[in-house]
Design a protein around this ligand. Structure first.
Ligand code: NAP
Length: 284
């Protein structure tokens, strides 16, 4: 039977430590500020934006929301990003993705000042993650690392398998495991004999986007299984990429969905915004 890694508890600790540091900064007259930009009325994006604003309030940050209509042009969005880049009270800029189809996401991300890119999506920050010299954490993968560390799980020398190679999760996840001396394999939709590879994993991270994709027969006895997925099952219920019922009896540690990786992402965003505020104040 696996030990369940409780993402709610770990994320609470991260947010509490951000709050305590924010109080100290405030005593020096520094208030971390996050601008959240949302374009259109995608309901999932609205939920994410509301959660981010709520998290800001909880840790004592100032937050500003910019809700733009779906028909906003690329020029209008870039003009807003430019304004926020120059606004001193704003330390972090977050443009909620996905953007409506007519907008060029890549150009928008690249327009954000790397010093305010608290999602760590800008090419310059991605490059820094690659060379292991970074201050902004890639939020979801960093949240996974925090969960692994919370249980003192050894990464060095372990076989780590990541399923998924997206720029947001899979690739930076692999980098962070590599920086901690894991022997890392990245798998994707063209990978042959996936189950053979995953069965070799001491640490298995699933970031596939397919409900209950990882089944018990794909997992080694005693493996640490981290489920990044946020999917819907056949009844429309939130579930992960891991078939919890068949995997949990074999794993040594497992993250649930909900309550695993999900709460960590926003906590790490708060950590990045705090870091941005410190950098801008010349403290870091
Ligand atoms: P994505 O961009 O769609 O990437 C999915 C990856 O899975 C791709 O690299 C794809 O391979 C690979 N894949 C698809 N089918 C596969 C198969 N049959 N075998 C092996 N690999 C396969 O998704 P993402 O943005 O990385 O997100 C992954 C999941 O994490 C989603 O459920 C998402 O909702 C969730 N997520 C959660 C959080 C959080 O805060 N908890 C944050 C971000 C994402 P190819 O590259 O070959 O297509």
């Amino acid at each position: 039977m696996a030990k369940i890694i409780n993402g709610k508890e770990v994320s609470k600790k991260v947010r509490e430590s951000v709050k305590a540091e924010t109080e100290k900064l405030k005593a020096q007259g520094i208030v971390p500020g996050l601008a959240v930009v949302i374009v259109g009325d995608d309901p999932a994006s609205r939920v994410y934006v509301n959660n981010k604003k709520k998290a800001c309030a909880e840790v004592g940050f100032m937050s500003e929301e910019y809700a733009l209509p779906a028909e906003t042009t690329q020029e209008e969005l870039l003009a807003l990003v430019d304004k926020l880049n120059k606004k001193p009270e704003i330390n972090g800029i977050l443009v909620q993705l996905p953007l409506p189809k007519h907008l060029d996401e890549k150009a928008v991300i690249e327009a954000i000042s790397p010093e305010k890119d608290v999602d760590a999506f800008h090419a310059s920050n991605v490059g820094k993650i690659m060379i292991g010299d970074y201050k902004f954490l890639p939020c979801t993968p960093a949240g996974v690392m925090e969960l692994i560390h919370s249980e003192n799980i050894e990464i060095s020398g372990k076989n780590c398998v990541v399923i998924g190679r997206s720029n947001i999760v899979g690739k930076p996840m692999a980098m962070l495991l590599l920086h901690e001396n894991g022997t890392v394999t990245i798998t994707h939709s063209r990978t042959k004999n996936l189950a053979e590879i995953t069965r070799d994993a001491d640490i298995l991270v699933a970031a596939v986007g397919k409900p209950k994709f990882v089944t018990g027969d794909m997992v080694k006895e005693g493996a640490v299984v981290i489920d990044v997925g946020m999917d819907r099952d056949e009844n429309g219920k939130l579930c992960g990429d891991v078939d919890f019922d068949s995997v949990e009896p074999k794993a040594s540690y497992i993250t649930p969905v909900p309550g695993g990786v999900g709460p960590m992402t926003i906590a790490m965003l708060m950590k990045n915004t705090l870091m941005a505020a410190k950098i801008h104040a010349g403290i870091e």
